[in-house]
Design a binder for this molecule. Sequence first.
Ligand SMILES: [Zn+2]
Length: 209
Amino acid sequence: MWFSAGVHPLHSEDPRDWDDMLAAARHPRCVAWGELGLDRHYSQPPHAVQRAVLEEQLARILRWTADGLAKPVVVHCRRAVPDLLPVLRASGLPADRFVFHCFTETPAEARQVLDFGAMISFTGVVTFRNAPEVAEAARLVPDDRIMCETDAPWLSPEPVRSEKPCTPAMVMHTARFLAALRRTPWDDFERTVDANARRFFGLPEGTGR
Ligand SMILES: [Zn+2]
């Protein structure tokens, strides 16, 4: 098991200690920064607060990166692509080191994220019959930019959507759905997403088996 270190936008108003985040990031099993980002699905914490914490966090990550703690960044984005992309662009961090996790935005916004240069990762939401635009977005992502995940304990994929909690093994349903959607043979897709995750997070060969 690996983990990430960061301040989630929905916790922007909670007490935080940047030194704690740095200490967590120094752990050998910490492979990423985040989740960090913006969430406009909820009105709280206020968006100005979310944005201020995000900008401060990215500035700190840039400094820590320069100090030798280079890690990819897991981005949480809900209804916030137009606000978020300029902030990420201005961060000074390379675009290909960001992944928009649990992508639930529109195909047009997927296009913007891809043009920016980030990776995109899909959860069980992509399998939901009431989220066809997310499936449409998943068709647009090039092979070397796609990943999939559980986002457990919520978002169990079809056909086990009603089973709670979502568990890591259920990611197979999401991955198989994505392979079929993209008309990619299963073995090829599995190899692709495994390789993408290993490369992006710097995980050792054989991870995920
Ligand atoms: Zn998230």
